[in-house]
Design a protein around this ligand. Structure first.
Ligand code: ZN
Length: 284
């Protein structure tokens, strides 16, 4: 009798365990197929550029912002040129909302390229990681249900006028994307070897750790880059990089590490982005 009970228990144990194993296998399969190339351990063979269709024109307007909010006392012309007031920023976001624009992050844009990028796609990018991005821009983005991509100079985190770690984490919690804008904001056309490597790799390592993410978006300081910098980005697992080259809305998949943007000036009405049924009244 005891033997029979033991046999019965063994049979039950065998089937229960087999089911658990097959569920575990299925989960593993799903995890592996979700992002096979960019899992942290498998960047060696395929690269971001390899995955994209060659020579395809992508239509997306990538807007470049710096400061949002009021000007400090005694602001010079450079600061003024980099600052969009809250009122103007709000009206720009309202225009995108009213116009039915598809506002996505840079990494989301990259992910949509192999299938299709929706019509009227806009990416909002913010360079340098200024404190007003958290205090002024974020509430307006939230008001319209939009999310942005914020490029952080990692050595500047928590210094005067720049976001601290909690503010950066809070952006992520609210669905925004964080990308690298190097460690020291050096023009990458003038540095080589280990100095260049550090700017690209150390900033990613810092953000990966801080945000428990795989940082895939990059922004060149002052838009300056070199072939060596692009090769480093690819080697270190970045998928896409933006410049300050001007474009209102197209780039080629061949230039995924050299994506142009539209610089939003303080008085811009984004008049190049049409709103159906509403003609822009102010010329830019
Ligand atoms: Zn910058």
């Amino acid at each position: 009798m005891l033997v029979l009970i033991l046999i019965a228990l063994s049979i039950v144990w065998f089937f229960t365990n087999r089911e658990a194993n097959s569920i575990a296998d299925a989960n593993l399969l799903i995890n592996e197929t979700q992002d096979p190339v960019f899992s942290p351990t498998s960047t060696a063979t395929l690269t971001a550029a390899d995955l994209l269709p060659k020579g395809q024109e992508i239509k997306a307007s990538i807007l470049m912002y710096h400061h949002i909010g009021p000007l400090p006392q005694g602001a010079d012309d450079i600061r003024k040129g980099l600052t969009v007031s809250k009122t103007t920023f709000d009206s720009q976001m309202k225009k995108l909302k009213d116009g039915g624009y598809n506002v996505i992050t840079l990494n989301e844009l990259y992910s949509k390229i192999p299938t299709s990028v929706p019509e009227k796609t806009v990416v909002l990018t913010f360079d340098d990681g200024y404190e007003d991005n958290a205090s002024e821009a974020l509430p307006i983005l939230q008001k319209y249900g939009f999310r942005g991509t914020f490029f952080i100079i990692t050595s500047k985190v928590a210094s005067a006028d720049y976001m601290n770690e909690d503010q950066i984490k809070d952006l992520v919690k609210n669905g925004n994307e964080i990308g690298s804008h190097t460690v020291y904001h050096i023009g990458l056309d003038t540095v080589k070897g280990p100095t260049l490597d550090n700017e690209i790799k150390d900033s990613k390592t810092y953000l990966d750790k801080l945000l428990n993410q795989n940082t895939t978006s990059f922004c060149y300081p002052a838009g300056k880059f070199s072939d060596e910098a692009k090769a480093d980005l690819l080697k270190d697992g970045y998928r896409i990089a933006v410049t300050t080259e001007a474009s209102k809305g197209t780039f080629s998949t061949d230039n995924i590490y050299q994506v142009p943007r539209y610089r939003v000036n303080p008085g811009s009405t984004l008049s190049f982005l049409p709103v159906v049924g509403v003609e822009p009244t102010t010329k830019q």
